[in-house]
Design a protein around this ligand. Sequence first.
Ligand code: UT7
Length: 349
Amino acid sequence: MPRSKIAGIGFYVPENIVTNNDLTRFMDTSDAWIQERSGIKERRFAHRTKETTTTMGVEAARIAIERAGITPNDIDFIIFATLSPDYYFPGCGVLLQRAMKMNHIGALDVRNQCSGFIYALSVADQYIKTGMYKNILIVGSEKHSFGLDFSTRGRNISVIFGDGAGAAVIQPTEKENQGILSTHLHSDGEFAEVLAMYNPGTHANHWSDKPHADFEDKEMGEMFMSHAMIEKGQNYPFMDGPAVFKKAVEKFPEVIHEALDDNGLKTSDLTLLVPHQANLRIAQFVQKQLKLSNDQVFNNIEHYGNTTAASIPIALCEAWEKGKIKEGDLICLAAFGSGYTWGSVLMRW
Ligand code: UT7
């Protein structure tokens, strides 16, 4: 059975750089607070009307496809991960298929937030191994800037997120010292409401003791987004940051060890860990726990903030462009976030 490899990788970030000081124009925050708590200095925000989650994904995909030495028509399956889609439905996969004038191939959308790229890669890996597809395009893209509360009310969330996209082409490889060794996926829905955007939705306050929306039970025609919800800011994401932080520093090391143990490898064997860029403090904590050197961990959250499904492919691509990844290197990708969902991928480049 062949293994799957990343044959081409690309990323795209919008031109517009938004510094921490820029955010102080909208909310009560400071450069010092943001840097101390998250390590973020700046992030990119997409053009409000000319760029969408899909168009950024297309930009990243073009680079990945070119680097794989193929054309969009060679792609035989699309997997698109995002939590900030252009439309509530249909997903971004079909919009990308249309924008890139691809054949009428399958397009799957993944809704696993920070772990989206790991889940997408894991699905692609299975299709490649079974021989069903030969050139799978996976994309992680987010336009967070369109859906955050930039008043002081939303400051604990809005200062950490940024926009951008990453993409990869997955192909089979027969080389012995190359390809994905294993993928490990997990979830714990007990914490679904700890980091979530409840509205718009069909929950009607069903799932928790704490109501998520000003919901009026009408016999027919209750809207999943009402004026009252918008007035109260119930259309924005909610996050219990400290709770997520605590769980993240537990689950990252666990799922990285799971990947290494499964393959009879040790942390010292790792060339590079590319963790989801949620918070520099989380990545530093994980590095310390695993006793990894600075050279063994790649972070770029300082410049892009947390780009959720895009953060791993952006970081992986930047690390590769900087010459930090070479053929045969042992690379671990790991993520934790909303759901909770978490996972890891271990591969030889
Ligand atoms: O990728 C998805 C997964 N997400 C994560 O992994 C995020 C995990 N959590 C975090 O990264 C951190 O919890 C944050 C960076 C979001 C927040 O840092 P924290 O150290 O946990 O801060 P906190 O929420 O406990 O807030 C501490 C204080 C509060 O004030 P009081 O109650 O102590 O007076 C907040 O109101 O900081 C205040 N605060 C702010 N102050 C200035 C919250 N946000 C801000 C802000 N600027 N932007």
